[in-house]
Design a protein around this ligand. Structure first.
Ligand code: SF4
Ligand code: SF4
Length: 339
């Protein structure tokens, strides 16, 4: 099985548009949207979700109000100021009074759909019992270090795995697709990327599909590393600007570091032919296969508005033709590689 990962040094280069066209051109591929921080391949491929799984990663502390004796040890030991102290006359932060005062408006209780509503109700009941203060942990501030769990004298703090998002297995007109939604401010996107890739490979093996097409994240961080390691080939999509070239160099360096064959393509190449030429020359001088230039083409936007890739539009435009050529070059390179 071969695995092609389309990446870019930065967001907005047209990486996903290229990948969506590849998905339409490919035969017998499994698709994986590993750009989990800002997934958007689903906007073009309109997946029909067949399976939905929770993504849990890391841990978060949750105080059981019924067991807490209000000693304040958790607040004293938390280095991330994630523990809040609620008194009858207002909400104070761990810093001791710099937080906003509670207006007793009930917004938190009414707005939080699940857990915090329960926590707040328990806290109100505790305050109603005549306790001077109750403690709660702000899930957005908790780093999951576990120190409060260790220091709580009555073991009143639970430490469950944190729900960070979901991942899905879907059907699309271009084949099966694995994709995900990372929760707001949730971390460990690298682990979610690995999960999406692993599932896509599993489906490819199970269904006898010879290719996994991966829409990788932009940049060179942990999610990118998680999306390219062990891949057959990387295609880096860039734009003809100074920053585009700089970002391309970084991402190609990353591919080289992990010993992954790489190709590069320049999108909207005709808006700056000189810069596009310099990028092409750079690739040739550094042994990177130059896949081709894609012209600026309003048909790409029209295709996006229609929920299609540009190669699926009724009439082939300049970008569609260029992407078809690039696809043929990429397929040839994939066949040359041994994996
Ligand atoms: S787990 Fe760590 S970060 Fe979270 S509330 Fe406890 S001490 Fe603070
Ligand atoms: S350390 Fe335990 S008992 Fe003390 S305030 Fe925190 S949760 Fe309650």
């Amino acid at each position: 099985m071969k695995e092609l990962v389309v990446i870019s040094g930065k967001g907005g280069t047209g990486k996903t548009s290229v990948l969506a066209s590849f998905a339409a051109l490919a035969e017998n591929a499994v698709l994986a949207d590993c750009d989990v921080d800002a997934a958007d391949l689903h906007l073009v491929l309109s997946p029909e979700i067949r399976r939905r799984e929770e993504f849990r990663s890391g841990r978060e502390a949750v105080i059981r109000q019924t067991d807490c004796i209000g000693c304040g040890a958790c607040l004293a030991h938390c280095r991330f100021e994630a523990v809040r102290r609620l008194t009858a006359d207002g909400l104070r932060t761990a810093a001791g009074g710099s937080g906003a005062s509670c207006l007793d408006c009930d917004f938190c209780e009414r707005s939080c759909p699940v857990r915090n509503a329960v926590v707040v109700r328990e806290m109100r009941e505790s305050l109603g019992d005549g306790r001077e203060a109750v403690f709660m942990i702000d899930p957005a501030a908790c780093e999951g270090c576990g120190v409060c769990v260790r220091f709580c004298p009555v073991k009143a703090i639970d430490f469950p795995e944190r729900l960070c998002g979901e991942w899905f297995v879907s059907d699309t007109r271009c084949g099966p697709m694995v994709h995900a939604r990372l929760g707001i401010a949730a971390e460990n996107s690298g682990k979610l990327v690995s999960t999406v890739r692993r599932e896509a490979r599993r489906i490819a093996e199970e269904q006898g599909r010879g290719l996994v097409l991966v829409d990788g994240p932009p940049g060179i961080g942990c999610p990118v590393i998680a999306s390219v390691t062990g891949a057959t080939l990387v295609l880096a999509v860039t734009e003809p600007t100074l920053s585009g070239r700089h970002d391309l160099e970084r991402v190609l360096k990353l591919a080289r570091h992990f010993d992954i064959p790489a190709m590069a393509a320049v999108n909207k190449a005709d808006i700056n032919p000189q810069a596009a030429g310099e990028i092409e020359l750079f690739c040739r001088e550094h042994g990177v296969g130059f896949a081709g230039r894609i012209p600026y083409d309003p048909a790409v936007t029209r295709a996006q508005l229609a929920g299609k890739s540009v190669v699926e539009m009724p009439r082939d435009s300049g970008a569609a033709g260029a992407i078809r050529d690039i696809w043929r070059g990429v397929l040839g390179r994939l066949e040359e590689t041994g994996k």
